[in-house]
Design a binder for this molecule. Structure first.
Ligand SMILES: Cc1cc2nc3c(=O)[nH]c(=O)nc-3n(C[C@H](O)[C@H](O)[C@H](O)COP(=O)(O)OP(=O)(O)OC[C@H]3O[C@@H](n4cnc5c(N)ncnc54)[C@H](O)[C@@H]3O)c2cc1C
Length: 396
């Protein structure tokens, strides 16, 4: 490890010392899943079953679930450490990260029966809640325009419609589904949507079908179709018409956790860049002695550190139940840009070898790009800051 890597390590520990045991545990676990493991999955477009199993068995995926439901009831800061270390190791937490934040809707708004039924099994790994069906082909970012409907009947609801980009649907037992329960004309726009928990294994034989989407990363994302799928009344989470509000409630957690992943990605690239720049010699000296190589790495280190402070601030506020929409959004914006800059610096540092699969740079380069688009794109965060923080006129 280079001197610079030691420095990054020590600063990181200074900021998050209280989670050292968790960090070391995750580092040890990830050591069993080296670059080669992720590389092979990437080229075969396979789901990291063994990794998700190991993470679940170690209890990390249930860290935010309260102890009474079999989790460890830790604050979001601990979850940030877990996801950051997975990404820093060269792995990809996207295979399972959603479980950490989407179970929040069930926890906060589910009935006692729903929580008793699902949360202990999610904690133990018996059930996976990995699929989150919100985005639709026509609505895109404009969630309030979704058209997938859940029509009330005497026996429950009948679901019809289509979702797109529903990641991990093939590998999940349960899905959180946002569907329209009232037409846009009948109620206030924000009150026409409801949230449901769907037993996907059962639904697959009764009107739910899944079509994988090939993408530039190994993300197991899909289109999901609903054709007269009957679901019981007990599938509804909370009150009918409050689904959009419930989804919004969970967004801060989602933003903060994804931001922590981006910090992990940035650290992965910084570790790799400094190591390679120190060891690769061209023209009789290490390439890292050239300022043209040093400066982009140094700048992306500064960007990563600044973004990391915002992630810490957002997580701290979140754990104290203080409003943190601004900080969570800024954390996601800054850290996704910091990881992208670090990826770009690594690509340049590695020269031709950055393109060779064996170095993992090109794979992580592709993977980290996602976070400027999903779960929310950079533009929409900028619009949020402009409108909600700076009081500028709404642009859409
Ligand atoms: C790999 C992957 C996994 C995903 N996983 C999930 C998942 O599990 N569940 C789920 O529900 N969704 C998921 N998504 C969807 C993701 O959240 C959306 O792709 C994202 O929100 C953007 O929606 P869109 O692709 O329809 O883009 P669009 O809404 O069509 O937007 C296209 C571009 O226009 C910009 N734009 C749109 N409106 C404005 C405006 N008013 N001002 C400025 N710019 C604007 C956007 O920022 C974007 O850059 C995933 C997406 C990907 C690619």
């Amino acid at each position: 490890m280079s001197d610079n890597s030691h420095r990054i390590e020590s600063i990181k520990n200074l900021k998050q010392d209280e989670w050292e045991d968790i960090r070391n545990g995750v580092i040890n676990l990830c050591n069993n899943f080296p670059g080669e493991y992720w590389r092979n999955l990437d080229s075969d477009r396979k789901y990291p079953e063994e990794f998700v199993k190991a993470l679940t068995e170690a209890g990390y995926l249930a860290c935010l679930i309260p102890e009474e439901y079999g989790g460890s009831g830790l604050p979001i800061q601990a979850a940030c450490v877990i996801l950051e270390e997975i990404q820093r190791s060269g792995g990809n937490g996207a295979a399972c990260h959603a479980q950490m934040y989407i179970m929040g809707a069930l926890l906060r708004h589910g009935s006692k029966e729903q929580k008793d039924k699902y949360l202990p099994k999610i904690s133990s790994g018996e059930l996976r809640l990995q699929a989150f069906g919100v985005t639709e082909p026509d609505a895109g970012t404009d969630t309030l325009s979704i058209r997938t409907s859940a029509k009330k009947t005497d026996a429950g609801y009948i679901v019809n419609g289509q979702k797109v980009w529903t990641s991990r649907a093939e590998y999940s037992d349960l899905m959180l589904l946002l569907a329209r329960t009232s037409s846009e004309e009948r109620v206030k726009r924000t009150e026409g949507l409801s949230l449901f928990i769907i037993d996907m294994q059962k639904a697959k034989n009764e009107g739910l079908s899944i079509k994988p989407i090939k993408t530039m990363i190994n993300h197991a994302t899909t289109e999901v179709f609903f054709d007269d799928l009957e679901i019981p009344f007990e599938s509804l989470i909370g009150e009918e018409g409050k689904g959009f509000k419930y989804i919004l409630d969970g967004m801060n957690a989602e933003r903060i956790l994804i931001a922590a992943e981006c910090i992990g990605d940035a650290k992965f690239f910084l570790d790799k860049s400094t190591e390679y720049a120190s060891s690769r010699e061209v023209f009789g000296r290490p390439i890292g002695q050239n300022q043209g190589i040093q400066f982009p790495i140094a700048r992306s280190y500064a960007d990563m550190e600044a973004a990391s402070l915002m992630v810490d601030r957002a997580a701290n506020l979140f754990d104290k139940s203080i409003a943190c929409g601004a900080e969570a959004n800024m954390a996601k914006l800054l850290s996704s840009e910091a990881s992208w800059k670090a990826a770009e610096a690594a690509m340049q540092t590695f020269g031709g070898y950055g393109f060779a699969e064996d170095y993992d740079i090109e794979r992580k380069f592709r993977e980290t790009r996602l976070y400027q688009t999903a779960p929310i794109s950079t533009n929409l965060i900028l619009a949020f800051i402009a409108q909600n923080i700076l009081g500028l006129k709404r642009s859409y």
